[in-house]
Design a protein around this ligand. Structure first.
Ligand code: 4NP
Length: 151
């Protein structure tokens, strides 16, 4: 069993989007028993809240549910409990490394560095563009799935 944790600031916009897209992709490929997916925020701003209504609506448009999803904060055990700590932007990488004392750990990386974009996932909390975030999550998740399957 491989375990993937998506990380952003609030755990209500980007990382739950990536989590839901990844879970959907894994299900479609028949890999549910092989890969576990979760998400967390570096901040405590939205603990126990469901995904942002924009994230929920965009996922629903593609037939992906957010049922049961609730925001949680990153915790120190996550470094041991997950194989991939996939950060939505560079500040998430920095904060994750600091919070988990994970300096130099290859488990922690920026999501879109797996793609040709090599950039942060724009935050729809500020941009309002949930389509852009969704499209980048799909592209990133396809690349991430390849990486996970390669081991
Ligand atoms: P997220 O977006 O990190 O993608 O969940 C944000 C959500 C909330 C805030 C900032 C970004 N906030 O400042 O409350």
């Amino acid at each position: 069993m491989k375990k993937v944790l998506f990380i952003c600031l609030g755990n209500i916009c980007r990382s739950p989007m990536a989590e839901a897209v990844m879970r959907d992709l894994i299900k479609k490929r028949g890999l549910t028993s092989q890969i576990k997916v979760d998400s967390a925020g570096t901040s405590d701003y939205h603990i126990d809240e469901p995904p942002h209504r924009g994230t929920k609506a965009k996922l629903q448009q593609y037939g992906i549910t957010t049922s049961g999803m609730r925001a949680r904060q990153l915790r120190s055990s996550d470094l041991h409990d997950f194989d991939y700590l996939v950060c939505m932007d560079e500040s998430n990488v920095r904060n994750t490394i600091e919070m988990l004392r994970a300096e130099g750990d290859a488990k922690v990386f920026r999501f879109l560095d797996l793609t040709s974009h090599q950039k942060d996932v724009p935050d729809p909390w500020y941009t309002g563009d949930f389509q852009e975030t969704y499209d980048l999550c799909v592209e990133g998740c396809e690349a991430l799935l390849e990486k996970v399957l390669e081991g």
